[in-house]
Design a protein around this ligand. Structure first.
Ligand SMILES: [Zn+2]
Length: 268
């Protein structure tokens, strides 16, 4: 496609936790064993504009939820030459605590979310701890305050935010979960976020344990595969493998930030 901008694309790893395979698949796993989880934010840098995809949780929430906090993800933007206070566009794939917690660190930004996600996070299902436990109520209230200030951009389905940068509604894991596709030098890369937490959720067709709608999650696997140039162009939301196969953004950023617009090593 001529004139389609090619974006640089980064993942910053900001937290981690231990886990077992049985925690990560509905119905458990017959071969239980360790399966840790990483937490990321993603940065899309274009010739004209840059976009932050999700903003992670805070140190306070890390402590409450007993996650191992490696760095504040907004502070870590400076490692890539960006500052939270300069960012104009933040895409929120969904409103779970690990994707929205640092919103206040972006005082100038517009926040792009699916209308169905805010409806879900403020609606009847939140009386069920099984579904609400993945949200921090103060984050949800914060989104409402931002909306009253005109700083939320609602999307209702798929949307093109800029040439070469698109949002795609899936639902499933959370009712208004969206993923992001980005045109890069190696073709269309999909930031799947929690459409697939691990490569293995998608590849074995077994959704992650936190799921609002199983059918939408299963359909989501097909949707990310249809948009990405190949399965190696899909970046799962929480898989530690991502840090192992993609090149570091700079020699000193090994294990902190990787380039997703460059080809990964083979996974196995
Ligand atoms: Zn998540």
């Amino acid at each position: 496609m001529p004139n389609m901008p090619e974006y640089k694309l980064y993942a910053i790893r900001y937290a981690t936790r231990a886990g077992r395979r049985q925690d990560n698949f509905i119905g458990g796993d017959p071969h239980d064993g360790p399966m840790p989880m990483d937490y990321f934010v993603w940065i899309v840098v274009g010739p004209q504009r840059c976009f932050v995809v999700d903003c992670g949780f805070t140190a306070e929430v890390a402590e409450e939820r007993r996650r191992t906090y490696l760095r504040n993800p907004v502070d870590a933007l400076t490692l890539l030459g960006l500052r939270g206070e300069d960012v104009e566009d933040v895409i929120l794939t969904h409103l779970h605590y690990d994707h929205v917690g640092n919103f206040a660190r972006f005082p100038k930004a517009r926040f792009h979310i699916q209308e169905s996600e805010l409806a879900y996070a403020t609606g009847k299902y939140m009386r069920h701890p099984f579904l609400s436990h993945a949200f921090e109520v103060e984050d949800v209230v914060g989104m409402i305050r931002l909306n009253f200030r005109g700083r939320i951009v609602f999307h209702d389905g798929d949307a093109e935010l800029a040439p070469g940068l698109r949002l795609h509604l899936v639902g499933g894991h959370s009712a208004g979960l969206q993923f992001v596709s980005v045109h890069t030098a190696r073709g269309w890369v999909v930031l799947a976020s929690d459409v697939t937490h691990y490569y293995e959720n998608m590849e074995s067709g077994r959704p992650f344990t936190t799921t609002f709608h199983v059918g939408d999650t299963l359909e989501g696997y097909a949707k990310i595969r249809a948009v990405a140039a190949s399965d190696d162009h899909i970046v799962p939301g929480h898989d530690p493998i991502v840090m192992q196969i993609y090149p570091a953004a700079a020699p000193e950023l090994e294990n902190i930030a990787v380039r997703l617009d460059l080809a990964p090593k083979p996974r196995r």
